[in-house]
Design a protein around this ligand. Structure first.
Ligand SMILES: [Mg+2]
Length: 175
């Protein structure tokens, strides 16, 4: 039986995702969470690794859309420099924002993947509409207090999904 918080794949970081890996899985577009997936809260400008990754995706013509529960001004501070489209107030764990992104890209749900660091929001939203998903390791562990409460709930789910709650962070998309 599949758990509603079960990601399709795990990956140590979003930067490890290559156009080749996506093509092999029939994925044509990437929806990505902002906080702690794309950028760490204490480094909103992102890293060189991130910029290289975005350029690589652009060259491969794989669109990347930021899907965040945050407000537009907060998201724009980060994505304007990176030149990425975004969906604000996505209301994850609901799938509303993910659907909007699919319409924006004119791509079906089956050809998209949702990448995020939280089971309770990112992965849950993807599972609600049968979209494949990738759980990534949070960029930094310390976080806002509300996220910490979520982390506690996450750990409970992780224990149900993975033995001992320990995730095997992969470098490839392996089931
Ligand atoms: Mg996040």
């Amino acid at each position: 039986m599949t758990n509603k918080y079960q990601p399709t794949w795990t990956l140590a970081a979003v930067y490890q995702l290559t156009p080749e890996m996506l093509k092999e899985k029939g994925i044509k577009g990437v929806l990505v969470d902002l906080d702690n997936t794309l950028v760490a809260w204490n480094n909103p400008d992102g890293t060189d690794e991130l910029r290289v990754w975005i350029r690589r995706m652009k060259e491969a013509k794989i669109p990347v859309v930021v899907i965040s529960n945050n407000s537009a001004p907060r998201i724009r501070r980060v994505v304007d420099k990176l030149e990425l489209p975004y969906i604000s107030r996505a209301l994850k764990p609901f799938s509303h924002g993910l659907r909007r992104a699919g319409k924006m890209l004119q791509l079906p749900v089956a050809s998209l993947v949702m990448v995020g660091d939280q089971l309770m929001t990112d992965i849950r939203a993807a599972n609600r509409i049968g979209m494949r998903s990738i759980l990534v390791k949070p960029l930094i562990e310390s976080d806002a207090w509300d996220t910490r409460i979520n982390r506690w709930r996450e750990r409970r789910q992780l224990k149900k999904i993975y033995r001992d709650g320990k995730i095997q962070w992969k470098t490839e998309l392996e089931e």
